[in-house]
Design a binder for this molecule. Sequence first.
Ligand code: FE2
Length: 461
Amino acid sequence: MRMSSAGATVLLGVVVGIALTVGMTASAFGGMKKGPYLIYGGANTQMDVLWQTETEEVDILEWGLAPDDLTGSCVSVEYEDDHQHRETIVDLLPGTLYHYRVNAGGEYHRGTFLTAPPADADEVKFLVYGDTRSDEDHLEDIEDHNEVCGSIVSAYTADPESQTFLLHVGDFVYDGDEESHWAGQYFAREIDGSPTNMLPMQANIPILGTMGNHERQGDLFRKYWPYPVVADRYWSFDYGPVHIAVVDQYVDYDEGSAQLTWLANDLASSTKEWKFILLHEPGWSAGDPGNNNNEDVKNYIQPLCVAHGVDMLIAGHNHNYALAWVSGVWHVTSGGGGGPLDDVDPDHPNVLAAGKTFQFCKVHIRAEVLVCDVIEPGGTLVHRFSNLEGPMDYVWVNLEWDGDEDGSWAKPFNTLEEGVVDVADGGKIHIQPGTSSEVLEISKGVTLWAPNGSAVIGLPR
Ligand SMILES: [Fe+2]
């Protein structure tokens, strides 16, 4: 629901409610074992659809521009020896939403995906999460990951421009060498008889991940995530104005290694405005008692970031959120995807913000501007950072904020007045759930937006 009052002077009273919606696409369990799920391999006219069935079967994949207009189709036979299917859909239109369905043994499993935009696009949104593994002592407990997935589904449902790709910072499951952990944790299909939120998430947004230490030898990681790697598990891709290099920290990346040489050349040759590195173990983070910062990232990766204009390094490993700033490079730890949470120490070197919380990140790039939102399950914005100086393009106002304002979190706006003051003329104010009795006189152009519920603007006093 969007209401605009650009340039107007209005009296404002707001009542906002929330109706959390979780889109469901997969309707049956049947013979489907994993997926369908998606991989974006770097081409804006293609998408890979993958799934695994319980037994050998010949399936049909159909796709098109509307659920009832599936004009493309192919017959899918399994590959390798474990009933896996992988089909690359080609000749798609860039920047376009497609619908698809897999007929697996007579049962339909539906999803959608957004193809990557034209190469000269200057705006993109994408999502980040990871460390989704279960606790060693509670391997069957996937509730926390499931909640984060529900919030990710809600995020791209409310803002379809963010249904682009989801980076995963690694540690998908507790023991990546165990088939049962992939089936029971990351690709879990039900909790207490109800479908998981993993199902719609995986069916509707490509997941592009890096390997974590919990993926162990990595063979099953490669089995389920057959990314178009350069070697081992490192590769890179473009997406509109963004270049992302995925680093594999479980093969050599020190001086003189093949991976570091590739990474230096990859970053040097990219002409994209925005450059990111995705890896598992961070160089600078808010740590936890058992996880020190990774010295190899400091010694080998950070110099390349500085030399080649990398804007942000995205990692996990620690099960929390942290933001550090080192020599012009953001170092983000986004490890609150469901694994047992780790304590944070905001006094770790170069750390600007940290929080012990389940979360995911939403990155929004528009031309020269980057805004990163850190969002908890339920949709609460708990931190934002940006390269903007001065008034923000847009702010979030959270009317139910009751977080800890001890300095380890940047304070979100928790009154409408704060938001109105800080947003630029012509900016947007996103109003989170809650109720406000404030009545304000707004004398600059603003757009008011309540993403998940109802907003009543301008109630007479
Ligand atoms: Fe890890």
